[in-house]
Ligand binder design. Structure first.
Ligand SMILES: [Cu+2]
Length: 118
């Protein structure tokens, strides 16, 4: 009886493990496919939070009808400013060090986003 229960627990745990691993790999492949690009559309950064590894170059592309910028918050560990990005224009910045970098649009201060570097 004791052994039987133990076996059931073991099976249960390994099943949970398989399910967890399955959803984990699904999530990471989805992140990989979204890659290192941030699209500016409808007065918002998308995705508003992006996670990439150190040394990655992140590219913002303005898909709106009006100019926007990608400008680091003063509190960010690094400083960048795309200046005005015309519709269709893009800007890239390479993140060398791990940390959380928040930024905004200089023209529309309510537009914010963050990049987390691992
Ligand atoms: Cu803007």
């Amino acid at each position: 009886m004791r052994i039987h229960l133990g076996l059931l627990t073991l099976v249960g745990i390994s099943l949970l493990g398989v399910v967890a691993c399955g959803s984990d790999s699904g999530t990471s492949s989805a992140q990989a496919s979204s890659g290192n690009a941030v699209t500016i559309k409808n007065f918002a950064f998308g995705p508003s939070t992006l996670q990439v590894s150190a040394g990655t170059s992140v590219t913002w592309t303005n898909n709106d009808q009006t100019p926007h910028t990608s400008t680091a918050e003063k509190s960010s560990p690094a400083s960048w400013d795309s200046a005005n990005l015309a519709p269709g224009a893009s800007f890239s910045y390479t993140f060398a060090k791990a940390g959380t970098y928040t930024y905004h649009c200089n023209i529309h201060q309510y537009m914010t986003g963050s990049i987390t570097i691992h």
